[in-house]
Structures are given as structure tokens and as C-alpha cells.
Design a protein around this ligand. Sequence first.
Ligand code: MG
Length: 383
Amino acid sequence: MQRVAILGSTGSIGRSSLDVISRFKDRFKVACLSTNSNVGLLARQVKRFRPEAIAIGGGRIGDDKGKWGKLRVYEGNEGLCQMLRDTKVDTVIVGIVGSSALLPILTALDNAKRIALANKEALVMAGDIIMKKAAKNNVKILPVDSEHSAIFQCMAKSDGAEINCIYLTGSGGPFLHTPKNMFKAISPKKAVNHPRWNMGRKISVDSATMMNKGLEVIEAHHLFGVDIDRIKVLIHPEAAMHSMVEFVDGSILAHMGLCDMRMPIQYALTYPSRSISPVKGLNLSELKTIHFYSPDMKKFPCLEIAYGAAKKGKTYPCVLNSSNEVAVEEFLKGHIKFTDIPRIVKKVLGLHKNTRYAKLKDILEADKWAREKTRELIGVVTS
Ligand code: MG
């Protein structure tokens, strides 16, 4: 019996994870659940899956603490980390969005054997630290991000030396065919409406700006130890191929399937074996044609900005990510325009001076600096 903690159990990844787990009652036991703010759904999940401990976002527990009975209840990000220290878990599914996953991931690396990682931001910020710690503690990090699960499966036992390049595919998001001069008028509502994948708001905006692909390039670099120059983004609107790997002998292996996150989640849980899943195979004769083309970096400058930060390395990817998080937040609130997101992130990166990059402290400092600088440029009054 694998004991599983699901961080972010009420989000899109969390709900799909519970759906997968509910089909393997003899293999997985839910030990911990967590939510940032959706306490109502968490209560229903607790009733159904009977975890031993839960964590709720800071200030959101409410007055009625008695309603949880004997369940151990933790609060805030530090509480979430403490829950992982106090509970015996084998696998931690990280479905938390954004940089707040960084400390829980580092804690999980000390307390679990396997991490099913759906979060990309933490790897972008501190990939070297995370991968080093995983190797030292002998913890397996299994990617849940669909492209990275695909790459992981194509790579199988090959190492970096056998690989020519990785083709990271992207559907192009909702504005692939929108003329550039209409980008200024893109509303948050339109930006979160993704044509292929049903996801949370932050990642949907990232997909619309294509920052998501940029973050995924950096994610792949850390997960697979492949140079940034050898990770190429390919636009593939049908989203039938979830990524490809080209080997030194000229072979290209691709992973194909429907767009259903239960597939990569289940593979991360059952790896190295495969099990029956409710996800159907792709109907290839219905698909008929598939297209691939290079991304338009002028139309989607976030991708170019991300490559630039990735090549500079050190604290630049962290600044890229933190600045983007703040800009997306402000865009969703209606404070800035869609086209302001790349403009502001680029400006913040230009102002950043890399100091040191050795310890977690340096990353946390860069993160704080980037957030403050981004808010300052946007003109948000912070008290
Ligand atoms: Mg992805």
C-alpha cells in the first residue's frame, strides 16, 4: 500500500489525482490532503478518502475547528510542510500552483520516496537545488506535466548523451491565430479559456502568453539534464503528440494520447508499470492530419524572454518566474493589459543583477526582489 499526500487536492491536478486513486483502493491510501482556500470541497474529499491530516491555507480554517474531529489540521505553508514531516508518506503529489510549492517540495524530498510533480514554477526557481537534493536523498521525481511525462516515457533508460534534442510541443493557446494588434484588448476571461486543456487560471494565462512553454523548457532542462539549446518548442495545435525526443541515431520517439491529465498522473503513481485507466486511446483515423510549426517569438515574446533568462541561468529564471506570477495576478485583477505581462517581466529581468546562486536563501531573496520590483513597476501600492 502506497501512502499518498496530495498537495492542492481541490485544484485541477488534485481532483484528477483523487479520481485516479479512487480506482486503485488496494494500492493507494490517501494520507494527507491540502487546499489553499476551497474548504468546502476539502471537507467532501475528507469524508470520502479519510486522510489522517489536512492542511488549509493561512487564515482560512475558520472558527469551527471542531468540525474536523480527530483529523490533524495544519495551517498555512509552514503548516503544510509540518504535516509532511509528521505523517508517514511514500508519495507526494504536488498539485500546488506557483512558487509557494518550493518549500513543500524541499520538505517532501526529506520525507517521501517519490514525488509526482505537476508544479513547474519551483523547478524554474530552484531546479539545481531540488534535483541535487532528490539525488542525494534517493527520491524519484516523476513528472506529471503532460509534456514532461511524455519526454520521460520517450527517454526511458537513455541519458543525455544519447539525445540530440527534445521537441516540447504546445497547442499554441487560445490566441494562436489572433492578430497581434488585437492582443492589447485580450480580457482575463478570454485568456483563461484554453482550447485543449482544462486548467487553473494562472496556467491558462501562462498558456495564452506562451510563458508556460518557456517555463516548461526550463523545467525539462532540470528534469532531464539536457542543455537549453537542445530543447525546442514546436507548435502543434491538435495536441495529439505530447512531446518528442530525437536521439543521436536520428530516431524520434513521440508520446501520443488524449489531453487528459489522469494519464500522466496515473503513470507517475504506477511507474514503472502501467495499469488500466479510464482514458481512451486516441482515434488516429479521426485525427487525419497533424501540424507542426515553429513558434512566433515576436507575437509571443514571453517565450523568447524565458529562453533568455534560462540561458543566463543562476537567479534569472527565478526572477522570470516570480515577476511573471505577479504580472499574471495583476492581469487577472484587471490592473494591467495582456501585453503588459511580457513588457514588465522583461523590464524586471533587465534590472536584475545576479548576486549569488548557491543556497536557497539566494533564491528566496531574488524571489522577494522580483515581486517588489514588479509591483513597483505596475504601480501597485504595497503597504
Ligand atoms: Mg504542460
